[in-house]
Design a protein around this ligand. Structure first.
Ligand SMILES: CC(C)(COP(=O)(O)OP(=O)(O)OC[C@H]1O[C@@H](n2cnc3c(N)ncnc32)[C@H](O)[C@@H]1OP(=O)(O)O)[C@@H](O)C(=O)NCCC(=O)NCCS
Length: 197
């Protein structure tokens, strides 16, 4: 990541919520809305400015998985689950072979967000599931998850127009539930049953 500039937090843009501070600063941005902003070091009272073009998105294939990507995914895992699975090349091979598609957001070479599109093929048809949506805590509220979901929805829609896209989320994940609700995902009249072995 190349930081374009570091701006001091003035009284006018101070506040407890880094996102609110960034949004206030964005309005004052001398460069215009071309730039995304967020707080890199709240304890240093510093705002960091980066160009939106720094972030890019791609669907990753098995062949494109590098040790750095695996390391980045392992950094994201604990932000998604309290019991992170240590990811390996072999495990990701297994994931791709199962038909799961992986969409990633990059800051330069680093994966800073990820989302999966998983397929379940049944006698009654095929269901697509969104899984493992996570954005690194330093990069949230920049529209990264939204962009990844756009990619997933497009990929699912282009395969078969009438297909449904499903997901599960913990009831405590308020940020995620707001995001999904705003995108038109509706709570279904079903229960999830689980037996743990
Ligand atoms: C949920 C998560 C993926 C959102 O990623 P993100 O890149 O910050 O999301 P976006 O910037 O695209 O935000 C999209 C919308 O979601 C909602 N949202 C996201 N974070 C929010 C927050 N902290 N508070 C309130 N709403 C929030 C907002 O409606 C937002 O739109 P807006 O910024 O225009 O208001 C991210 O917070 C995360 O990784 N959380 C931990 C893992 C997780 O809960 N994953 C979901 C599993 S189901």
């Amino acid at each position: 990541m190349k930081w374009l500039s570091r701006l001091p937090v003035t009284e006018e843009i101070a506040g407890s919520n880094p996102v609110e501070r960034a949004m206030k600063l964005l309005k004052k941005d001398p460069y215009g809305s071309f730039f995304f902003m967020y707080t890199k070091n709240t304890h240093k009272k510093e705002m960091t400015v980066m160009p939106s073009s720094v972030l890019h998105y791609a669907e990753l294939t098995q062949e494109e998985i590098t040790p750095q990507i695996i390391s980045n995914l392992n950094h994201l895992q604990p932000q998604l689950t309290s019991k992170p699975l240590p990811l390996t090349h072999e495990y990701l091979d297994h994931l791709f072979k199962s038909g799961t598609r992986l969409f990633a957001a990059f800051d330069a070479e680093r994966v800073v967000g990820v989302a999966l599109l998983c397929k379940v093929v049944m006698l009654v048809g095929q269901k697509d599931w969104i899984e493992d949506v996570v954005v690194d805590s330093e990069y949230r509220r920049l529209g990264i998850a939204s962009h990844l979901l756009d990619m997933i929805e497009e990929a699912s829609r282009s395969c078969k127009p009438e297909r449904q896209l499903n997901l599960t989320s913990k009831t405590t994940r308020n940020d995620a539930l707001k995001m999904y609700g705003d995108r038109g995902y509706k709570i279904q009249d079903v229960v999830v049953l689980r037996k743990t072995f």
